[in-house]
Write a protein that binds this ligand. Sequence first.
Ligand code: PAZ
Length: 321
Amino acid sequence: MNASNGLGDFEETSNVGIKSFFDSSPPLKDAAEIKKKTEEFMQKNSFSEKTRRIVLVTSGGTTVPLEQRCVRYIDNFSSGHRGATSAEYFLRAGYAVVFLYREGTYQPFCRSLPNNPLLECLEVTKESNITVRPPYDQTVKKAISNSHVAISCGTLLKLSFTTIFEYLQNLQLIASSMSSLGSRALFYLAAAVSDFYVPWESMAVHKIQSSSGPLDMRLAQVPKMLLVLRRDWAPKAFCISFKLETDKEILLKKAGAALEKYNMNMVIANELLTRKEEVIVVTKAGNIVVQRDRTRADADVEEPLINLIVDEHSAACKSLE
Ligand code: PAZ
């Protein structure tokens, strides 16, 4: 089971494959509500401030359920750190951010909190009040206020997914609402998306029984949505996909191939073990190595990365004006 932006290496995407993927997927829960929220968000950020750009940041990994009443699923390593960190820097750069994240993964402004904030950060005082205990008090205050400011100003919309079905349905829905933004729309697709899945109609309904012996399972290939994203859903948008490999030798080759094949503006290449230190931005004009500032312990590689992207996106918007 590999994970990627839905860019498998072997199978071309046909409209038929994509249509049948969506037709056979279980309906997205709350689709009408998500559509309404997304459209309101686009409206607010398009018309209240003419120059505001909007980015969709996808974050975390998709699951592949093995049973319809799901007990078991295939998952991948992605923690959502890249997406959450990037969303913060896009907000600082003045973008409105739709943050499409895997349930339970890192959230913008909460990266420095412990995994179990309630139990570790809070304490009951003598007067039976609940307070945030040091040393978390400052971090929690900052996290709450940054996050609330972004949400209450209407510049951060958070939407979640768990399965590959939910992720791709959300992506289609959000991309379609963003298409009216033209070149002001940016797609930053950092989620680790399953390449293979079990089609809903061929999936066991109930828990698979171990008494039936060893499990043989055939996984279908997930259709390559980047092609339709580019071609049909949001053709004028600035599109950035990610490529993760564990073998340095093939990383740049595969990132370059994705750039061409899916007509991306950029592909961000990263290696599993060094992904928080360094990424390589692959573009048609050449490759740029981006590293975090190692003189600062708390520096993120996303800081120079998002600066670079904002500059490139600005230049692309200007050239299309
Ligand atoms: O989520 P995370 O911070 O643990 O990891 C980020 C990442 C490696 C998933 C991301 O940078 C990435 O490369 N996403 C696409 C992965 C792929 O090729 O499927």
